[in-house]
Write a protein that binds this ligand. Structure first.
Ligand code: G6P
Length: 611
C-alpha cells in the first residue's frame, strides 16, 4: 500500500532509490516517482511500474546524494502521472511522499483554495504538501516546525518523507498509522516502508512509532515527538538475509513461497516443541497463558487470507479446547460497536502486522481491557508491537501479493496454541495431545510430498485455464480452505470463484452448475467424508466438472470425480495445511497460463495500510 524509500548520505541516491522501490513494489505499483536533491531539486514521476520510471528518467539529471522515492497504490485519484508522488507544494518549497490517507484533506483543501492555492492532482498528499507550505509561509517557522504543526492538525494515517527546497541538507520523516523504518549506516541513513530495501545496506534499524518525527542529515539523526519532545532512538539489529527477499531462480515470488513451505513450517515449529515431544512452549505468550486458559471466549480478528486462517482457528479451538470462538473481519468489528469483555482474549492475525483495520481493532480491544495476542510474520511490525503478547511465524518475508506460506504457518501457529490450551484446560487426553504433537512434526515432510503433485496440477491448470467461473467446496476444517482456494484464484487470475460449505451449495450455488463450471471439492478423509461424497454426486448429476483433492489411496471419490489430486493422510485438525497447497499451485499455474502478473495482480497490494 504505497512504498516509501529515502536516502541521505555520501553515495548517489538514485540507484539506491530505484533498487529500493523495486523491493517495495509489492506494496503498490500504479505509479512511481523520485525526488533528488543536490543543491537543486528534481522530481520525476510517471504512471506505471518502477521500470517505466527508469525508462522515463533515462538521460536526465539523476545526480544527488539526498533523495526519496515512492511506488503508489492509488487511493485519492486514479493512477496517472499527475497523481503520482512526490508532490510539490504550489510555491515549490516542499516536496512530499506519503503512504496513508489524510482524512480531513477536503476541509484543508477548501481552506487552502480560499487562500489562493491551486491544485494539480486529486490527491490528499498534495493538500498536505501545500498545508505545510502554508504554515511555513505564514509564520516565522523552520521547515521542521511547519511539518510538525501541520501534522498536529491532520487526521488519518501517514508515513511521509518531506524535503525542503532551500534546506538541502536534510530529510524530515514522520509516522502515524503507516509503517516507516530508518536504516542507520555509516554517515548515511535510509528510510523505507519496511526493512527489505534497507537490509543490503545496513542491519541496524529504528522502527518509528506513531507520532515520531525524524530529522535526518548525513551525520545526525534527531528523533522527537510531534510536540518537540526529544526521543532516544532505539536501534535494533535485524536478522534478514538477502536470499530471503530475492526470487532465487523461481519465476515468481509466489512460486518460491509455495515451494518454501516445508522449510517455513519447520521454522514456525522450531524451538516450540520439547525434544521429548511432550510439551509445547510458546515463549512470546508464556506470561499470559493462564488468561487464555480462563478466557470467557476468543475473538479472532483478521483480514483476507489471515481471516481464513482464523476460521481454521475457530474449528481448532472449539474442537480441541472447547472455548467459544468468534472470527471477525477487522474492518467490520471495529465499526460495529462490538461487545468486548475484559476476560475475552483477542487474537489478531496478520502476516504483515500492518493491516490498518486489524491494527485499529487491536487498539479497540485493548482499550476495552481484553488481552490481545498477535500472530504476525513481520518481526517488529505495528501489530506485533501493539499487542500484549504474541507468536511470530518466522516464515521469512512474504513478497508475492497472494499470501501462501503465511497461511500455512498461521494455521500451524493456531494449531500449536489450541493444542497447548486444550491440554491445560484438560479438554483433550494426554494421549491425544502427544499424538497430535507428533503428527504436527510430520506435517512439513507431508507438505513436501504434497508439492510433488506440481506437474499434475500444471496439466490440470491447462485444462481449466479458460473457465470463467469456479466453485470451491469443503466441509468442516476444509470449508476455510475452499474460501482460501477461491480467493487465490480470484486474486491472481481474475477468474470469478466462490468458496462455499459443500452442503450449503444446495441453497444457491447449485443453480450455477452446468457442464462449463469447474467445481473444486476438498474431500480428504475426515468425519464429513461420506457427506461430501454425496455433495460430489449432486454436482455430477448436474454435469459439473469435479476436481477433487483427496487423501492418498482414496478410491471412492477417484471413481466419481473427473480429476483428482492426492495428498498425504493426516488428522483432520491439520488437514488445511496440506489441502491448501494444491489450490495455491492451481491458481498460480492458471494465472501464468493466462498471462497474468502473478506477483503484482491488478488493483491489489500486499500490505493494506489504509482502511
Ligand atoms: C492484503 C493481501 C492479502 C492478505 C491481507 C491481510 O489483502 O493482499 O494477501 O491476506 O491483506 O494482510 P495481513 O498482512 O494482515 O495478513
Amino acid at each position: 500500500m504505497c512504498g516509501i524509500i529515502g536516502y541521505i548520505g555520501k553515495k548517489q541516491a538514485y540507484p539506491i532509490l530505484i533498487k529500493g522501490l523495486k523491493r517495495l513494489e509489492y506494496r503498490g505499483y500504479d505509479s512511481a516517482g523520485v525526488a533528488l536533491m543536490d543543491g537543486s531539486t528534481r522530481v520525476y514521476k510517471i504512471k506505471g511500474k518502477v521500470t517505466d520510471l527508469e525508462n522515463f528518467v533515462a538521460g536526465r539529471d539523476i545526480s544527488g546524494t539526498i533523495g526519496m522515492g515512492h511506488t503508489r497504490w492509488a487511493t485519492h485519484g486514479e493512477p496517472n502521472d499527475v497523481n503520482a508522488h512526490p508532490h510539490v507544494s504550489s510555491n515549490g518549497h516542499f516536496i512530499v511522499i506519503h503512504n496513508g490517507i489524510i482524512e480531513n484533506y477536503s476541509v484543508l483543501k477548501e481552506m487552502l483554495i480560499n487562500h489562493g492555492y491551486h491544485f494539480e492532482s486529486e490527491t490528499d498528499t498534495e493538500v498536505l504538501a501545500n498545508f505545510i507550505e502554508y504554515i511555513y509561509l505564514n509564520g516565522d517557522f523552520s521547515p521542521e516546525v511547519a511539518v510538525r504543526m501541520a501534522l498536529q492538525k491532520v487526521s488519518g494515517a501517514y508515513a511521509l518523507v518531506v524535503m525542503h527546497r532551500d534546506d538541502t541538507k536534510y530529510l524530515i520523516a514522520a509516522r502515524k498509522g503507516s509503517p516507516l523504518v530508518i536504516g542507520v549506516g555509516d554517515n548515511e541513513y535510509f528510510l523505507a516502508s519496511d526493512a527489505t530495501p534497507i537490509v543490503e545496506h545496513t542491519k541496524s534499524v529504528i522502527y518509528l512509532n506513531d507520532n515520531d518525527v525524524a530529522i535526518l542529515s548525513t551525520n545526525e539523526l534527531k528523533l522527537k515527538t510531534l510536540y518537540n519532545d526529544e526521543l532516544i532512538p532505539d536501534i535494533q539489529e535485524i536478522d534478514l538475509k538477502i536470499g530471503e527477499i530475492e526470487k532465487s531462480g523461481y519465476d515468481h515470488f509466489m512460486l518460491k513461497e509455495i515451494f518454501e513451505q516445508p522449510y517455513t513450517l519447520i521454522n514456525t515449529l522450531r524451538g516450540r516443541i520439547s525434544p521429548d515431544m511432550q510439551e509445547i512452549t510458546l515463549g512470546g505468550i508464556s506470561s499470559v497463558v493462564p488468561r487464555i486458559v480462563n478466557a470467557r471466549r476468543l475473538l479472532i480478528i483478521a483480514c483476507g487470507t489471515s481471516w481464513h486462517a482464523g476460521l481454521v482457528g475457530e474449528y481448532l479451538f472449539e474442537d480441541l479446547a472447547r472455548l467459544p470462538v468468534e472470527v471477525e473481519y477487522a474492518s467490520e468489528f471495529r465499526y460495529r460497536n462490538p461487545v468486548i469483555y475484559q476476560d475475552d482474549v483477542v487474537i489478531a492475525i496478520s502476516q504483515s502486522g500492518e493491516t490498518a483495520d486489524t491494527l485499529a481493532a487491536v487498539k479497540l480491544a485493548r482499550e476495552a481491557g481484553a488481552l490481545v495476542i498477535g500472530i504476525c510474520n513481520v518481526v517488529g511490525s505495528s501489530i506485533a508491537r501493539e499487542t500484549d503478547a504474541g507468536i511470530y511465524l518466522y516464515a521469512g518475508p512474504e513478497i508475492g501479493v497472494a499470501s501462501t506460506k503465511a497461511f500455512t504457518s498461521q494455521v500451524t501457529a493456531l494449531a500449536f496454541l489450541a493444542l497447548m490450551i486444550a491440554h491445560k484446560r484438560e479438554t483433550i487426553t494426554n494421549e491425544l495431545y502427544h499424538s497430535l504433537i507428533r503428527e504436527l512434526i510430520e506435517i512439513p515432510r507431508k507438505l513436501e510430498k504434497t508439492l510433488t503433485a506440481h506437474d499434475e496440477i500444471k496439466k490440470l491448470a491447462n485444462i481449466f485455464r479458460f473457465a470463467n467461473n469456479f466453485l470451491y467446496l469443503g466441509r468442516g476444517y476444509l470449508f476455510p480452505v475452499a474460501l482460501e482456494g477461491a480467493l487465490k484464484l480470484k486474486e491472481i487470475s481474475y477468474i470469478h470463484a466462490e468458496g462455499y460449505p459443500a452442503a450449503e451449495m444446495k441453497h444457491g450455488p447449485i443453480a450455477l452448475i452446468d457442464d462449463k463450471m469447474p467445481v473444486v471439492v476438498i474431500a480428504t478423509k475426515d468425519k464429513t467424508y461420506d457427506k461430501i461424497t454425496s455433495n460430489i454426486m449432486e454436482v455430477k448429476a448436474r454435469k459439473g466438472t469435479v476436481f477433487a483433492i483427496v487423501t492418498e489411496g482414496d478410491t471412492i471419490i477417484k471413481n466419481m470425480a473427473d480429476y483428482v489430486i492426492e495428498i498425504p493422510e493426516t488428522v483432520e485438525y491439520f488437514s488445511p495445511i496440506l489441502a491448501v497447497v494444491p489450490l495455491q499451485l492451481l491458481s498460480y499455474y492458471i494465472a501464468v497460463l493466462r498471462g497474468c502478473n502473478v506477483d503484482q495482480p491488478r488493483n491489489l497490494a500486499k500490505s493494506v495500510t489504509v482502511e
